[in-house]
Design a binder for this molecule. Structure first.
Ligand code: C5P
Length: 217
């Protein structure tokens, strides 16, 4: 499942982030191609804002099922999940992968699926956090410094047994990733080593970095 219904305001590209061009294709197209290239995915469901469903359906053809998203990321994932369950009712596992992580190597998909097949009920790729992280209050005053050695930056694709994601999204709650919803239902979320190339393109600087990396290839 590829949630791509965000506006991408922080990128400031003038179009939703999923439709930004990078190395000859859009971020969305790259995500869909990468998922198929991993050779593990039976069905790709793409979630875009309602007004883009028709155009993206035409563009992706049989490569993906395209559905309309919601206001928050959680709503978009929920919509994509319903469509995925209807189209592939016997699926055992589901991966959720942000279109914004445009340079994610397909190796990460294989590693997540491998961890699920080995028995994990939920899996997220992570990297150590290089910066010291502070918590702050509404006035910007520091309220704490979590021990950095216990912190990880979380990437996608995140993988789940289907029933685990179903329970996670049965809650009427929102979160910035799907693992957080699964954690709240008591699921054990495993981590695997992420990849620096799976960084999320959020700002104009991230996009420049992605373009430079592709040019060097
Ligand atoms: O906002 P954030 O960076 O967490 O978004 C991560 C991913 O979720 C992006 O690929 C974005 O397009 C998607 N998203 C979505 N529906 C929303 C908001 C974000 O599919 N309402």
């Amino acid at each position: 499942m590829v949630p791509a219904a965000g506006l991408g305001l922080r990128l400031g590209a003038g179009v939703p982030k999923a439709f930004v061009w990078l190395g000859g294709s859009t971020l969305l197209r790259r995500a869909v191609d990468m998922l198929h290239a991993a050779g593990e995915v039976q069905l790709v469901v793409v979630v875009v804002a309602a007004e883009f469903v028709r155009a993206v359906t035409d563009e992706l053809g049989s490569d993906a099922l395209v559905v309309a998203g919601g206001v928050e990321r959680t709503h978009s994932v929920r919509a994509g999940f319903c469509a995925a369950l209807a189209a592939a009712p016997s699926a055992q596992y589901v991966l959720v992968h942000d279109a914004a992580r445009a340079l994610t190597p397909s190796r990460l998909v294989t590693d997540v699926v491998c961890a699920l097949r080995s028995g994990a009920e939920a899996v997220v790729p992570v990297l150590p956090v290089p910066d010291t992280i502070k918590t702050v209050d509404a006035n910007g005053l520091v309220t704490g410094t979590p021990d950095r050695s216990t912190l990880r930056a979380v990437q996608t694709p995140q993988g789940f047994r289907v029933e685990v994601l179903r329970r996670a999204h049965a809650q009427d709650a929102a979160a910035t990733d799907d693992a957080a919803l699964a954690e709240r239902t008591g699921a054990t979320v495993h981590t695997i080593m992420g990849d620096p190339l799976a960084f999320k393109i959020t700002t104009a600087l991230d996009l420049r970095l992605a373009r430079m990396l592709l040019e060097q290839e």
